[in-house]
Structure formats: structure tokens, C-alpha cells
Ligand binder design. Structure first.
Ligand code: SF4
Length: 384
């Protein structure tokens, strides 16, 4: 399996189908302004700390470059990819210039050479390879470091968010595994506000939980579990035309399609009307039953119809009767077959091969398909 990365793990967690379309089928996503801008800004931040020529690193800097050199480098690597309009591109370009000037103002005087920038790592977690690039590693003491990740997101962070950020946890785990140094601080550097959001190292239990998650994701990928997972991020997904939840929106508008559209609309209308009528019927039923009971009547009459009121008692028992029936040897005669539990026992291998073969004879698989009307504004949901 190809090595995982923080971004591929979170893509899988967001939606396994999206992961497959991106990483296996290699269907490119639309370029996005924030990705292009983020990548340019990361490059400039690295240039602040290392000398580069023709895109190649020449060596570390011992002092900050002049701000004009930084801005000229920014101009030279600018990319127009993904911007929706010249105005949008210009806004981003000006934002970048502002960030660079402020960053220079804040950090040029107290320039400190980092231990590493864009530090590549690849580690092995119980056979699963994970790789990534750490934006910056700063020396804190001879034995300890701070790991920093630049972010170009719009809003600054809250400290509880930074404390839970899994990318930083992964970087701590990887760096400590590969180097004999302790990661003491973890920082997200918010470039738009030029603010550093730092927290202490992650406790071991969080690192263990992250390892487990990585193994779980890797296992699911190995088993080719690529079900689509609908979420509030779907509107931003570039793969809607390939996704079973949305592909119908992109289907060709053939004659047949038009009639399917009409049927969907009619179905939705009927469902809505039925739901409204059912509510009304239930309301009338309650009033009429109360009226009949109060008057002691068993039949009540309208102009053309009559309704007969009948009552019966449904008897239920709770779980408390089970030991009584078991001790009387009667439980098996009244207990209901729990198919879900039985499937769990079968899947979990708790049943012998011989018994399993006998059980198989009684197993039927029934596919139930329901149509669920999508909730529109101020409307009820219904299912049929
Ligand atoms: S639209 Fe949503 S469910 Fe479909 S592939 Fe994209 S993220 Fe997954």
C-alpha cells in the first residue's frame, strides 16, 4: 500500500469514496485558490529561513533576507491557478504581500535559524508507512524542539483546537521516532494574523489513539472499504458527478430522465400529502375517541359514514420475566430470534463450523429498499 499522510488519512475519514477517487483512481480535483495561495506562502516562509536558487536550496540563512528580496521571491513564484476571477487573484496577492511584510517586521530582528524547514519524514507503524513534511522545526534546548506548521486559513485558532490537532500529533510521533530529541512544543502559526498558537507536547495516550486510528484506516483501505459518507462537506466535493448520492443531478437530461424527474416530483408530492392527511386523521381520531368515551357510545355517525369504536388490551412483558421463564424451562418457547445478534456470533467466529453449516440452511438475506423523501425547508420527512 502507498504510504499514508495526514491529509490522506483525514480524506479517508471524511469520505472513503472520495479517498478512492483521489488516491486510487487519481481523478484530479479542481484547483482551489486557497491551495494555490497556501502553497506559495509556504514556499515564501521557507525562503525566509533558507537560501534558494532556481527552486533548489543552497543552504541555511544566518540572518533574514531584506523584505524586498522576500517580496521579489513571492512575485517570482506566484501562480494564478485556481482563482475564479482576476479580482479574487489580486485580493489574494495583496493579502500575501501584507502577510510577508508583517512577518518580516515581526521576525527579522530576532532571526533564529531553525533546525529544519520542510522536513521530510517517513515512518513505519506496524507495517503501515506514513509520510509527511514538517514546515519548521525550532531548537528549544540541546535535547528538545518545537514543531511548527504554517496555516493560511481565514480565522485564527482556539487553543483547544490546537491541543487536538492530529497533524501536530503525527509530527511529534514521527520526529521523536526518527531523532533523539523530545518535542516539547507544538505550534500552528496563523499567517493572516501573524500569530503563533502554541501548546505543549501530546500525551502518550493521544499518540497511542492516533496510531490506532492510522492502523484502522489502513486496514479499511486494505479491505477496499470505499463507501461514500455523506456530510456537510459534500457541497465542496469535486466528485459529486461520480458519487451515488449526487450523480443523478449530473445525469444527461434525456427524455427518460425528464420523466424520472417528473415521477420524483409526483412521488414527493404524494408523500407530502399522505403525511399531511395522516396527521389530520390521527388528530380527528383522538378527538372522536374522546367524544365517544365521554358519551359512552360505541358507534358515532357522520352524514354518510359511521365509525365503530373498539378497544383491546395489548399485553407486554419486560425483561424481568426472563429468569422466571428460564427456570421453568419455558424461555425458548417465548423468546424471539434475534437475527442481528446471531449474525454477530456468526461473523465473530463464535459458532462451530458444524453448527454454522446447519444455521446457514435457515439463513435468508432480504434486501429492503426504501425511498426517503428529502427534507426541504419547513417540511416533514417521510419514508415508504
Ligand atoms: S459528495 Fe460527499 S459522499 Fe459523495 S464522494 Fe464527495 S464527500 Fe463523498
Amino acid at each position: 500500500m502507498r504510504p499514508l499522510s495526514h491529509s490522506s488519512i483525514s480524506t479517508y475519514e471524511q469520505c472513503p469514496l472520495k479517498w478512492k477517487l483521489h488516491y486510487i483512481d487519481k481523478i484530479p480535483e479542481e484547483p482551489k485558490p486557497y491551495f494555490t495561495f497556501g502553497s506559495v506562502m509556504h514556499d515564501v516562509m521557507e525562503y525566509f529561513y533558507v537560501e534558494k536558487e532556481n527552486g533548489k536550496i543552497k543552504g541555511p540563512r544566518f540572518s533574514a533576507p531584506p523584505v524586498n528580496e522576500l517580496l521579489a521571491y513571492y512575485d517570482s513564484i506566484w501562480s494564478s491557478e485556481g482563482y475564479e476571477s482576476p479580482e479574487q487573484e489580486e485580493n489574494y496577492r495583496q493579502l500575501g504581500e501584507k502577510i510577508i511584510k508583517e512577518y518580516h517586521e515581526q521576525h527579522a530582528r530576532n532571526f533564529t535559524m531553525p533546525i529544519a524547514t520542510e522536513h521530510y519524514f517517513i515512518i513505519d507503524i506496524d507495517g503501515v508507512k506514513v509520510r509527511g513534511y514538517i514546515d519548521r522545526v525550532d531548537k528549544l534546548s540541546p535535547d528538545s524542539v518545537r514543531i511548527l506548521d504554517y496555516k493560511t486559513t481565514r480565522d485564527p485558532f482556539r487553543i483547544p483546537y490546537v491541543k487536538k490537532d492530529e497533524q501536530l500529533a503525527l509530527y511529534q510521533m514521527a520526529f521523536e521516532e526518527l531523532h533523539n530529541k523530545r518535542v516539547e512544543r507544538l505550534s500552528l502559526y496563523h499567517l493572516r494574523s501573524n500569530m503563533d498558537f502554541s501548546v505543549g507536547r501530546r500525551p502518550e495516550r493521544m499518540i497511542r489513539a492516533l496510531r490506532k486510528k492510522i492502523l484502522r484506516v489502513a486496514d479499511a483501505i486494505e479491505k477496499e472499504e470505499f463507501e461514500p459518507k455523506k456530510s456537510n462537506l459534500c457541497p465542496y466535493c469535486d466528485y459529486q458527478h461520480l458519487c451515488p448520492y449526487f450523480m443523478d443531478l449530473y445525469a444527461e437530461k434525456t427524455k427518460e430522465k425528464i420523466s424520472v424527474e417528473d415521477m420524483v416530483e409526483e412521488y414527493a408530492q404524494i408523500s407530502l400529502e399522505m403525511s399531511r392527511l395522516k396527521k389530520r386523521r390521527d388528530g380527528l381520531s383522538a378527538i372522536l375517541r374522546e367524544y365517544a368515551e365521554e358519551k359512552g357510545m360505541l358507534t358515532i355517525y357522520g352524514k354518510r359514514s359511521a365509525l365503530t369504536v373498539s378497544s383491546y388490551e395489548r399485553v407486554d412483558f419486560d425483561d424481568g420475566v426472563r429468569p422466571l421463564l428460564e427456570s421453568a424451562g419455558l424461555w425458548t418457547q417465548v423468546s424471539k430470534l434475534d437475527s442481528k445478534r446471531l449474525k454477530e456470533l456468526v461473523d465473530g467466529g463464535a459458532i462451530s463450523q458444524e453448527l454454522m453449516e446447519q444455521i446457514e440452511r435457515y439463513r435468508t438475506i432480504k434486501k429492503i429498499t426504501t425511498l426517503r423523501r428529502r427534507k426541504m425547508k419547513d417540511e416533514e420527512m417521510d419514508v415508504s
